[in-house]
Structures are given as structure tokens and as C-alpha cells.
Ligand binder design. Structure first.
Ligand SMILES: [Fe+2]
Ligand SMILES: [Fe+2]
Length: 389
């Protein structure tokens, strides 16, 4: 069966402006009186970097009651944009890319997903990147045909055709970089080095440019496989740690958001694989001197994983000195390690809301990260601070 997806590109838009739109077809005029309820709205990014805003993020959503509940909570945050860190809809439940059996692929899952998402995505830019389940084995050669058909992503990354999930954009004083971690994953290697090193070179260059750009205070990077997580399912990806973590440290990235592990987990500030500064719930971190905090926000809706250590989250803190976990090695092995950086662990459906408070030059801009459970209860919060430029 053929499926058709229509994309309408708009240009000449003004910054900081709310637009109204309708989607019609022959015999249906959305501007006609009785159809007015189908009119949608969106607001473009502001011209100046001085306005406060919120954005949200999660990964590993799929189609479920929990996924739908998270969508409703996200809409209630009125975010400027939403980040989805991959494993978007699970139309390919196998998740091993070209090594999977393509007969398990069910394109109808995309239809369910888009219906589930429409209430938010009709007015909130829904920015996705590609996880392992988004290398749909049905599509050749990279498995990204499903995303290319259904999304219009910025296409300004190292290779828009082969890596639709790698791109960057700026909103106010915050730059966001999306990466395709299938390219560097040691754990699930179907698309390993698909960019022949180009994505990592682009990342280094792009982070440098953004760091130098006037008006940008914060750089947020999001991608699928975890740099640092302790779950019993996927833990940390050694490829991400070797290829990208040194660049996050070099350019003092302010926040890294991952999915892949279906939980919420948050690290202390890390440098060189070790805790450079403990960051308790409610603390403030200064990435210029403290290191990088990594958030796993993979509890968007797919079935949950578990941890080798007790949950420890806001109001239910069970701090442990260390957790024994592993990172995947090149070739697929596991390297066991005992780590001290796992600061917050929450086994539950959840997402993050990030409130960005810009300051005038020389004063302190802040990102306040809150992890919210499906019940709306806050399970973690911390602040990232940086002198405004
Ligand atoms: Fe997943
Ligand atoms: Fe995944």
C-alpha cells in the first residue's frame, strides 16, 4: 500500500510572531465558519535573545497511554520547542537496523504515533533525532526512509541526506545540536561510522562556532545512546564516550540529553569520565569550571527498564557511594566499571522541562532543568549557570 505525506514549507516569516494556519483540501475550506476548530497556531522564535522561555525533552516514546499522558503534560508547559531523543515510534520493534528482520516493520505504527502527537506538534516544533529503532530495517541503506518521509528537519548538519537526525538550531540565547548516535554506537553497530567520521568533525566545528557566537549563552546537545547511564539494559555507550564526550568537555557543553535507557537518570558534573563536581538535587552547576551534566530522559512511553541500584530522586533520596555498571566496547563487549556519577535515578515515565532565563551581558543566565513524572510530580531539578555574552 502506498502512503503519502505532504510537506508545506513556509518562508518569509517574521520573528516572534504568532501565525494561524489551516490544512484544507478540495471540498474542505478550513477558513469556512464551521471548520474554524481545525485552525492551528504556532509562534516563531524571537529576534532577540533576551526573553525567557521553556523547552521540553524526552526519548523512547512509542505509542502508549503513558506516551499520550506525557504529551498532555508537555503541552501544559507551553514549550517553545520539544526535543525527542530518538526511538521515536517503534514501527520497527527490533531496533537493530539492517541486521533486523524487516518483516516486523509496521508502517501503521507511524500513523498511530502521528495521531497521538498531533495535539502537541500542531503548535510546538517537535524536533527529533534518530535512535536505534529509527534505523528501520525495511528502508535501505541507512534505515532513515521513514523519518525522511515524515519529518522536515533543518537539514543543516554534515549530511542531510544520510543523517537527517544531525542538525543544529538557535532559539533566543540557546543553541541546540542534534546528533545521530547510531553513527558512533559500539553497542548497536548497524550504522556504525555511516558518516565516515564527518559527523564528529562537524560537531567539533559547530560547537566551536556556537561557543564564539555573540548572544548565545547555552549549548544543549541531544542524541539517543547514553554517554553515561547505569541501567541493567544498555548502560553507557563506549563509542559515545570515546568520540563525543571529549568534544563536549572541550567546548563546555551546558547540557547533554539522551534517551535509549527507558528511565530518568542524571549525573553529577563529569570530566574525564569521573565526577568533577557533585551536583545534588537543587544545586547549581557552572559548566565552565565544573564539567558537564548528562541527563537520560528515556521514560517517554515505551516499557520501563531498571537500575542496579535503588531509585534516588527528589523527596526519595537514597544516595549510594557507587554503582557497578558497564559501558559497551568496540565489537560489542561490555566493560564492567564502578562509577560514582549516578546522582539521580527514577524508574518511571517522565520528561524534562528546561526553563531558560537570559540575562543582560555580564550577568548570569540560567537553565533550570526539572524532571517531571507522568503524575506531574517533580523528581529532580538543578540549575546550569553561565555568564551572559
Ligand atoms: Fe528505546
Ligand atoms: Fe534505543
Amino acid at each position: 500500500m502506498d502512503q503519502y505525506y505532504l510537506h508545506a514549507a513556509l518562508d518569509g516569516l517574521h520573528p516572534g510572531t504568532t501565525y494561524y494556519y489551516g490544512v484544507g483540501h478540495e471540498g474542505f475550506d478550513p477558513a469556512a465558519g464551521q471548520a474554524f476548530g481545525t485552525i492551528g497556531t504556532f509562534t516563531t522564535a524571537p529576534a532577540r535573545s533576551g526573553e525567557r522561555f521553556t523547552f521540553t525533552a524526552f526519548g523512547d516514546q512509542g505509542v502508549s497511554y503513558h506516551a499520550l499522558a506525557n504529551d498532555s503534560l508537555i503541552l501544559a508547559q507551553n514549550p517553545a520547542f520539544h526535543l525527542h531523543a530518538g526511538d521515536i515510534c517503534y514501527a520497527d520493534p527490533a531496533g537493530s537496523g539492517q541486521q533486523s528482520d524487516s518483516s516486523v516493520y509496521d508502517a501503521r505504527t507511524w500513523d498511530q504515533f502521528l495521531a497521538q502527537t498531533e495535539s502537541v506538534a500542531a503548535r510546538v516544533p517537535w524536533m527529533v533525532t534518530t535512535g536505534n529503532h529509527d534505523m528501520e530495517a525495511w528502508y535501505s541503506p541507512n534505515g532513515y526512509g521513514g523519518q525522511e518521509a515524515r519529518w522536515s528537519l533543518p537539514g543543516n548538519g554534515p549530511d542531510a541526506k544520510n543523517q537527517p537526525g544531525a542538525y543544529s538550531f538557535v532559539y533566543g540565547n540557546t543553541a541546540v545540536v542534534a546528533l545521530d548516535a547510531n553513527d558512533v554506537s559500539y553497542e548497536i553497530p548497524a550504522n556504525y561510522d555511516i558518516s565516515a567520521g564527518k559527523q564528529t568533525a562537524w560537531l567539533d566545528k559547530r560547537l566551536g562556532e556556537l561557543r564564539r557566537q555573540r548572544g548565545i549563552d547555552f549549548i544543549v546537545v541531544f542524541f539517543h545512546h547514553c554517554a553515561f547511564s547505569t541501567t541493567n539494559s544498555h548502560a553507557s555507550d563506549g563509542g559515545v564516550q570515546e568520540k563525543w564526550v571529549p568534544l563536549f568537555e572541550k567546548h563546555q557543553v551546558d547540557l547533554v540529553v539522551n534517551g535509549h535507557n527507558h528511565v530518568y537518570e542524571r549525573t553529577d558534573a563529569i570530566r574525564g569520565g569521573k565526577v568533577s563536581k557533585p551536583v545534588a538535587i537543587g544545586d547549581t552547576v557552572h559548566p565552565e569550571k565544573d564539567g558537564v551534566v548528562y541527563v537520560t530522559a528515556g521514560g517517554a512511553g515505551r516499557s520501563l527498564y531498571d537500575f542496579p541500584a535503588p531509585d534516588s530522586y527528589e523527596g526519595h533520596e537514597h544516595n549510594v557511594d557507587s554503582v557497578t555498571t558497564w559501558h559497551s566496547a568496540k565489537g560489542g563487549g561490555k566493560v564492567t566499571e564502578t562509577v560514582a556519577w549516578s546522582r539521580v535515578r527514577y524508574t518511571g515515565y517522565s520528561f524534562i522541562a528546561v526553563e531558560v532565563e537570559p540575562a543582560s551581558s555580564g550577568r548570569t543566565s540560567t537553565l533550570t532543568v526539572s524532571a517531571l513524572a507522568e503524575t506531574g510530580e517533580r523528581v529532580d531539578h538543578f540549575t546550569v549557570a553561565r555568564k551572559a555574552r
